[in-house]
Design a protein around this ligand. Sequence first.
Ligand code: CO
Length: 212
Amino acid sequence: MKELQNLFENNRIWAENKVKNDPQVFSRLSEKQAPKYLWIGCSDSRIPANEILGLEPGEVFVHRNVGNLFPHTDFNCLSVLQYGIDYLNVEHVIVCGHYRCGGVIAAMENAQFGLVDNWLRNIRDIYSREKEQLDAIKDKELKSNRLVELNVLYQVMNVCHTTIVQNAWANNKKLSIHGWTYDLSTGLLKDLNCCISSLDQIEDTYRTLKLH
Ligand code: CO
């Protein structure tokens, strides 16, 4: 455990500095959290949600997994979404993918990487549905960039197709679902201009409620 001692030392210094700047910070944070945003991003170590958004502890509720996926049967994803919306009252759900995502690139290969292949199957399904436009892109990096973006758009829709989001809208909650990407080589976010805020923006097949 000695080798991890530096992490405890880092932590001690971090906590000290926080208190120096704001003596009440931890007593306040220990009372409650009231984040406005829910971040659904990739586990990739280079994309710390708080840091790239310039947000402090308590300001963003975070869920990360390999490939920033939101499968409609995944209880982990669904639980985070439900708690975030129903109890924390987040107003924005941000699905953020990133270029050069190992998960996306692996899903484009005729190769196995272990158990994770079964998770990445969600991305292979998107490739299969969008094969025509993807195969038209000859450059491998540009092709994977496009699949990164398509994956985000599909996950945004998966979030919107849940009863959780649709019930929030039915109850007149202010709630928008956004699709973004992050560029590791510049540190910059890109808005994919996909912002879904109401039931009428959703394909009828996936509406679990009638439009009024
Ligand atoms: Co990734």
